[in-house]
Design a protein around this ligand. Structure first.
Ligand SMILES: CC(C)(COP(=O)(O)OP(=O)(O)OC[C@H]1O[C@@H](n2cnc3c(N)ncnc32)[C@H](O)[C@@H]1OP(=O)(O)O)[C@@H](O)C(=O)NCCC(=O)NCCS
Length: 135
């Protein structure tokens, strides 16, 4: 349930996510906990969208109890590598300016800030525009 709480804190609803997964333009990575007693439990998710030769990252979330274990970095590296091999020129995303953990994650993956939208989010936070070029 913890990952569900993380995902539900995102502006997307579970129904929107389910619909997105049905779209041929969407790309996804899911990390599962493999304990035998519980069966597979989702602990991390990355959702992206191909727009011509761009990959737009829409959702990245990790179960709070599993953070700082490299899950998000591994999911993003996997998706970025396969999309790069498929020919994308660039990956992009928007990020709350106050989201220090996510900023550190993306900086570590060589994303750079290319823009800022003032008070973009309902809580008044600015949005940062980040990009990683492959060309
Ligand atoms: C941001 C988030 C996805 C990171 O997931 P994670 O699995 O904990 O991240 P990782 O363990 O792969 O961390 C990779 C790197 O990111 C940085 N990082 C991640 N969390 C951090 C934190 N709390 N503080 C500082 N740096 C952090 C570090 O550089 C880290 O490398 P290191 O552990 O070797 O120092 C997770 O905190 C989360 O789900 N947050 C809520 C949802 C969200 O903000 N999503 C992103 C919006 S675009």
């Amino acid at each position: 349930m913890a990952l569900a709480e993380t995902v539900m804190a995102h502006p997307w609803t579970p129904v929107q996510i389910a619909r997105a997964l049905e779209s041929p333009t969407f790309r996804a990575r899911l990390a599962l906990d493999g304990r035998v007693e519980t069966g597979p439990v989702p602990i991390g998710i990355v959702l992206g969208r191909r727009v011509v030769d761009l990959l737009e990252l829409d959702l990245v979330g990790v179960d709070p109890s599993r953070r700082r274990g490299g899950v998000a970095r591994a999911l993003l590296r996997s998706l970025l590598a396969s999309e790069r091999a498929a020919g994308i020129a660039e990956a992009r995303l928007e990020l709350g300016a106050s989201n220090g953990p996510a900023m550190a994650l993306y900086e570590g993956l060589d994303f750079v800030v290319v823009g800022r939208r003032s008070r973009y989010y309902p809580d008044g936070d600015d949005a940062l525009l980040l990009t990683k070029a492959f060309a």
